[in-house]
Design a protein. Structure first.
Length: 109
């Protein structure tokens, strides 16, 4: 909103017809009308910004969840790798398999 927009709103509200020395009650009414005209686009913009913030928060939550899942899977794959590398030692391989299963289970609800 620039100076010309504000002047146009003042004209649209009827403000330019009133001023000091004129009907004070009518001037206050016109002034309130002008303030409403000025506030309207700002309120609309504020609502739009809140909507954008809500959408951004949802996307951030989704990205965070995806990152957590990817990190869990990367850790579980590392445990799988160690289980395979320790196939000769049944106890170690089993421990790594259980570890991989436990890591993956953390993402399940």
């Amino acid at each position: 909103m620039n100076r010309d927009d504000i002047i146009k709103m003042a004209r649209d509200s009827g403000m330019e017809l009133y001023g000091l020395g004129r009907d004070r009650t009518k001037f206050v009414f016109i002034l309130e009308r002008f303030a409403a005209l000025v506030a309207e686009p700002l309120q609309s913009r504020i609502k739009d910004l809140y909507r954008q913030i809500d959408e951004a928060e949802k996307r951030l939550d989704e990205q965070y969840a995806m990152g957590m899942e990817a990190e869990r899977e990367a850790c579980a794959k590392l445990a799988d790798k160690y289980a395979k590398a320790n196939e000769e030692n049944d106890n170690m391989a089993t421990a790594f398999i259980h570890l991989a299963d436990a890591i993956r289970a953390r993402g399940e609800k």
